[in-house]
Write a protein that binds this ligand. Structure first.
Ligand code: NAP
Ligand code: ZN
Ligand code: ZN
Length: 352
């Protein structure tokens, strides 16, 4: 099947129209016509080879929401016309202990197939993501979208920004009585604020952008701290149970470690290009934890989507045409996103 898409052909080349091949659905496959695809900062890192592993041409996009157009003969979860979603993974080994526990993103055999830039086990070459007309995915990695969901564009970014912030907060049991910090009000950060609030914590947003303070409160933060203000940072020292770092660029991680009280945990979900130096004594005293977390498994992603559908939680989005994706990337780099760009895939049909 020939499918219209947008691809980066090199780290320094802007995304441009591209035609790719999707497989005909196998017995367990679902063909999804993509309606919306979120623009994650990871798409930018990957398109520009900031993680030094990109294979070109690269078609990014892993916040995919659409409608089922065709199902394979053995598919049981979906039928034509259903809403369906795909996140950051399209396959894994399915047999190792992590896969059996529903943590396919941590597949121990190296078998996690990411939605783009992963090894395509059927066609060979690499997988191509959601900046495209359609996608074919094994139903085991396709998520159900509740009929209660009305704003489809605002739901798409839950597939990465949503699960990536939901999963660590569930794992570290964020809840009432806790003081929780979210660092960076971008795509991930704004969902971090919403989930921390929904889980009953006292939520403090740390931002480099004073202009985002009002939005942060509207999104659910009880307090906002401008991280460039040393006095405001010092006033928060040693008071947090949990801090989620959602920053996409170089920053001083020690400034956030010092926020933790004894046994508090700082979880890094941001994935900047270069290492972040950690001060040993900032960790040792008073017995702090520094951890990381990657997206979330299929079952937990479904749990998160259902939780959001039940509570009416969606993302705050700015819908764009695919022709504007480079402008969106430039705006991400200026922290000028409120709070997720989502591509309306109907714009792929516009003449270039
Ligand atoms: P985004 O929308 O661009 O948001 C990043 C935010 O970080 C910015 O809006 C800004 O917030 C803050 N920031 C940027 N530069 C900064 C700096 N130099 N110092 C301090 N703060 C800064 O990005 P995103 O899509 O949310 O993604 C965030 C990061 O998470 C990316 O690195 C992405 O690759 C990674 N990610 C990881 C996973 C995972 O599985 N762990 C999943 C998805 C994404 P303020 O304006 O509020 O300061
Ligand atoms: Zn992402
Ligand atoms: Zn596995």
């Amino acid at each position: 099947m020939s499918t219209k898409a947008y691809a980066a052909q090199a780290a320094d080349a802007p995304l441009a129209p591209f035609s790719l091949t999707r497989r005909e659905p196998l017995p367990h496959d679902v063909l999804i016509d993509i309606l919306y695809c979120g623009v994650c900062h990871s798409d930018l890192h990957q398109a520009r080879n900031e993680w030094h592993n990109t294979i070109y041409p690269c078609v990014p996009g892993h916040e995919i929401l659409g409608r089922v157009a065709k199902v394979g003969s053995a598919v049981s979860k979906f039928k034509e016309g259903d809403l369906a979603a795909v996140g950051c993974m399209v396959d894994s080994c399915r047999t190792c202990p992590s896969c059996r526990e529903g943590l396919e993103q941590y597949c121990e055999t190296g078998g996690t197939v990411f939605t783009y830039n992963g090894p395509d086990k059927v066609l060979g070459g690499v997988t191509f993501g959601g900046y495209s007309e359609n996608i074919v995915v094994d139903e085991a990695f396709v998520l159900k979208v509740s009929d209660k969901v009305t704003d489809l564009a605002a739901t798409a970014p839950l597939l990465c920004a949503g699960i990536t912030t939901y999963s660590p907060m569930r794992h570290w049991k964020v809840g009432p009585g806790q003081k929780v910090g979210i660092v960076g009000l971008g795509g991930l950060g704004h969902m971090g604020v919403k989930f921390a609030r929904a889980f009953g914590a006292h939520v403090v947003l740390f931002t480099t952008s004073p202009g985002k303070a009002e939005d942060a409160k509207r999104l659910g933060a009880h307090e906002v701290v401008v991280s460039k203000d040393p006095d405001a940072m010092a006033a928060q020292a040693r008071s947090f149970d949990f801090v989620l770092d959602c920053v996409s660029a170089q920053h001083d991680i020690n400034a956030y470690l010092q926020l933790l009280k004894r046994d508090g945990t700082l979880v890094l979900v941001g994935a900047p290009e270069h290492p972040l130096p950690v001060s040993a004594f900032g960790l040792l005293m008073p017995r702090r934890n520094f951890a990381g977390s990657g997206i979330g498994g299929v079952a937990e992603t479904q749990e998160m989507l259902d939780f959001c559908a039940e509570r009416g939680i969606t993302c705050d989005v700015e819908t764009i045409g695919i022709q504007d994706v480079e402008t969106a990337y430039e705006r991400l780099l200026k922290n000028d996103v409120r709070y997720r760009f989502v591509i309306d895939m109907a714009t792929l049909k516009r003449p270039a």
